[in-house]
Ligand binder design. Structure first.
Ligand SMILES: Cc1cc2nc3c(=O)[nH]c(=O)nc-3n(C[C@H](O)[C@H](O)[C@H](O)COP(=O)(O)OP(=O)(O)OC[C@H]3O[C@@H](n4cnc5c(N)ncnc54)[C@H](O)[C@@H]3O)c2cc1C
Length: 436
């Protein structure tokens, strides 16, 4: 039986969502809350708790807070440390960055296991009555005057709007752009792991790290190694970002090799080596970081098919905003459709794009800035002022309510729309460049 939660009266707007990642799920929950009729098509037949650490800034955590009961379910599994300790590659202590003040004034961050958080969200959305269909591989998209649709096997489904949230490999990008847009290597890759910390607790070099929730970053020349102990230190997650010019692989589950990681960390703190050595081989993944040039537009020529989340704008992990921006996309879309109503769906979509486009790309660029700040660090300057290693915590990104902002800015943005249908037809798209 569906748990009751505040839902607006039916709007009559039908929304199809392709992909049940954080972009699709947020769009689904928010559209459902606003009274739109939502169906989610997800190709995976069984959702498994895949992945490892994922971070939600205050700008998206506030959405979890808005959904009744969700944060209570998340609390036992999320990271509780309020600071990150930075060391240089040899292990020498540099500085500690505290997040306590921003937690007090901007709200909590939610960091935890991607698969576990995702599972809680899917179960909750289903309990509220959101129609999430698994094992539905969307093979095609189409749009006509007045509606858009998808094909799954031999069946066609139509709606007022189709939100394509199928992640970085998004086939809908070709529909929106009119040509195939291939990913580019970013020149970097990330080794990633998550595993129980029992062995580390027994090792005198690493025991302190897993005595409760902790967060530590080692910074070296063109490499950084971040470690988070979670669930009271019972589990540990680490990521190691390094230079990599090999072939592009767009997968979250590409096996990694400990010897390769130890080579990257040659001459580094023995503590980092112990963490890598203790990693069970089947829990180590190698993820090549790909990038795509900013798209000229996120919406199809008929303004009925919309790219959201990674399908529209994949982020580098160093932005710590990929999942948050995916969630903002969904929340803003639901609000724009709410304001516009069924007769003005294409207007809502154009307003949505205008609200999202600049913000998303400005935030996307911060992934490069943070990586460069660490990887090309001027150590002389850092020893004079260790706070130079701190993450830039920008209020305009984090202390931001995307849903409220959409309601507040809708009319102004609507008044600024040109006569063309989507953005690429309207403006010079060379204005957005992210230099890798
Ligand atoms: C299995 C998995 C594990 C991940 N692990 C991490 C992690 O550990 N840390 C991290 O920071 N980020 C991780 N990510 C990426 C992260 O979730 C996203 O970068 C971010 O949250 C934006 O989400 P998204 O919804 O746009 O895309 P995604 O999270 O990639 O979701 C896309 C969804 O669309 C579905 N899909 C794709 N094609 C079709 C189709 N043709 N028909 C129907 N459905 C389709 C996919 O199965 C997937 O569920 C992971 C993503 C996935 C899919």
């Amino acid at each position: 039986m569906a748990i009751s939660y505040p839902r607006k009266a039916p709007s009559g707007i039908k929304v199809i969502i392709v992909g049940a990642g954080f972009a699709g799920l947020t769009a689904a929950i928010e559209c459902h809350r606003k009274g739109h009729e939502v169906t989610v098509f997800e190709k995976v037949a069984e959702l498994k708790p895949l992945g490892d650490i994922i971070s939600f800034g205050q700008n998206s955590s506030r959405m979890f807070e808005r959904w009744p009961g969700v944060v209570d379910k998340l609390l036992p599994i999320i990271h509780t440390s309020e600071a990150v300790e930075f060391r240089d590659w040899t292990g020498k202590y540099v500085t500690t960055q505290s997040f306590a003040d921003e937690h007090k004034s901007w709200g909590r961050r939610i960091n935890g296991h991607r698969g576990e958080i995702h599972e809680i969200l899917v179960d909750t959305a289903r309990a509220w009555g959101v129609d999430i269909r698994l094992g539905q591989n969307v093979a095609g998209y189409f749009e006509e005057d007045g509606y858009a649709g998808i094909t799954v096997g031999d069946e066609k489904f139509t709606a007022d709007v189709v939100l394509a949230s199928e992640g970085v490999k998004s086939p809908a990008r070709t529909v929106v752009l009119g040509h195939e847009d291939l990913p580019k290597p970013s020149g970097y890759a990330v080794y990633r792991a998550w595993f129980p910390s029992g062995e580390l607790a027994k090792n005198s070099l690493t025991a302190k790290l897993v005595d409760g929730d902790t967060h530590t970053g080692w910074i070296g020349q063109d490499v950084h190694f971040l470690v988070a102990a979670i669930k009271g230190g019972k589990e540990i997650s680490w990521v190691c970002t390094h230079r990599d010019d090999s072939d592009i692989k767009e997968s979250w589950q590409f096996p990694g090799n400990k010897e390769d990681v130890l080579k990257v960390l040659q001459g580094w703190d023995p503590v980092a080596h112990e963490i890598v050595k203790a990693t069970p081989p089947d829990r180590l993944f190698d993820y090549k970081l790909v990038f795509r040039d900013p798209l000229p537009t996120f919406i199809s020529p008929g303004c009925r098919i919309v790219l959201i989340g990674d399908a529209a704008h994949p982020f580098l992990p160093t932005s710590i905003q990929g999942a948050s921006q995916a969630m903002e996309d969904g929340a803003v879309m639901a609000a724009c459709l709410d304001v516009a109503g069924k007769d003005n769906v294409t207007e809502a979509i154009r307003v949505w794009e205008k609200i999202r486009y600049e913000r998303v790309h400005k935030i996307q660029a911060t992934g490069v800035t943070t990586r460069e700040m660490w990887h090309k660090a001027d150590w002389k300057a850092i020893w004079e002022d260790p706070t130079r290693l701190h993450l830039k915590r920008e209020e305009w990104i984090l202390n931001f309510d995307a849903e409220q902002d959409a309601y507040d800015s809708y009319d102004k943005v609507k008044a600024s729309l040109g006569t063309q249908k989507n953005r690429s037809a309207e403006v010079d798209t060379s204005d957005v460049v992210i230099d890798m």
